[in-house]
Design a binder for this molecule. Structure first.
Ligand code: FRU
Length: 312
């Protein structure tokens, strides 16, 4: 165990009520980061952002990354292992809200601060949450779609995992955004954030519904999967249907807007840099806010060359 030697020191520090061990290990205080999966570009970007931000403070902290491979049980044991090995702080981007609540609570009880990134967990027993406002993003996307479709049309909603908070919030926000308009959701399904699932669902939707005006993908991979299904159908419907998504990674969603594949994408910042800033504040003993809300940007064909526009 890499930090075995320092574990006792940290443990003693905690017993004495200190948040830092008397002697920080070489390379800085150990932080454990549990990423729900590294199979999606957005999550790879989050890990990169954390890594780059941490590299600027290598004397103060050192991050060990774990990939839960989209498995809740794996993620639960990663958090418990970080606790058992007495890491100084845990960063988690959880797969689902409910099952990760208990291990995170255990870490808090053991005196290890926890920063929750992007997806929230039930109960709120953590040091702080960092993420964008998914209700707002869903609402703004809904309003934008109403505008793009001229107030009416048939919509397919390819949702993110409904047991994760962004999936839930992006749907509720969208419903607020299209309220009172002539937009009608003709089909929806839980695509669990997965491009392949979105593509397969869209293939069957295309055979069932001759009139589809827009697709709301809860993330860019879902919107792109739907586009690919329409393109491969071979009837040219990828040109008439509007595809809108969320994430806006430069080499993913933003590129799709540039290529005319997506009508719009809303940026979903990873919070990686902010997590490291927050960890440094916690180590310095500063009081930190319980919730840090990150902003978003809208990218369309009109504004993509200028880097999109901030959404107030
Ligand atoms: C990646 C992802 C993103 C999405 C986020 C929501 O796993 O699906 O595409 O915006 O998670 O938590």
């Amino acid at each position: 165990m890499r930090y075995g030697l320092i574990a006792a020191t940290i443990g003693l520090g905690l017993v004495l009520g200190c948040s830092k061990p008397p002697e920080a290990p070489a390379g800085g205080a150990p932080i454990g980061m549990s990423q729900c999966n590294r199979g999606e570009p957005w999550r790879v970007q989050m890990d990169t952002d954390v890594k780059d931000a941490a590299a600027n403070h290598a004397d103060q902290l050192e991050v060990t990354f774990q990939d839960a491979q989209n498995d809740v049980k794996t993620q639960q044991s990663q958090v418990r292992d970080f606790v058992a090995q007495r890491y100084d702080l845990i960063i988690i981007s959880p797969k689902e809200a409910r099952p990760l609540a208990a291990p995170v609570s255990e870490a808090m009880k053991a005196g290890i601060p926890v920063i929750v990134l992007d997806r929230d967990i039930d109960g709120g027993d953590y040091t702080c949450f960092i993420g964008a406002d998914n209700v707002k993003i869903g609402r703004e996307l809904g309003k934008h779609m109403v505008q793009v479709l001229g107030g009416k049309g048939n919509v397919v909603e390819l949702k993110g995992l409904q047991t994760s908070t962004p999936g839930h919030d992006r749907h509720n926000g969208f419903m607020e955004g299209i309220k009172g308009s002539g937009l009608k959701i003709v089909y929806d399904s839980d695509c669990r954030w997965l491009e392949d699932k979105a593509k397969a669902d869209m293939q069957s939707v295309l055979t069932r519904f001759p009139d589809i005006d827009a697709v709301y993908g809860h993330n860019d991979p879902s919107a792109h999967g739907a586009y690919m299904a329409a393109k491969q159908e071979g009837k040219g419907r990828e040109k008439t249907i509007k595809f809108l998504g969320i994430d806006a990674l430069p080499h993913e969603g933003v590129r799709y807007v540039e290529e005319g594949i997506l009508t719009a994408t809303f940026q979903y910042p990873t919070g990686g840099q902010e997590a490291i800033d927050m960890a440094l504040k916690i180590f310095a003993g500063e009081k930190v806010e319980k919730k840090m809300v990150l902003g978003t940007r809208l990218f369309t064909a009109e504004n993509v060359a200028k880097g999109g526009e901030a959404v107030e």
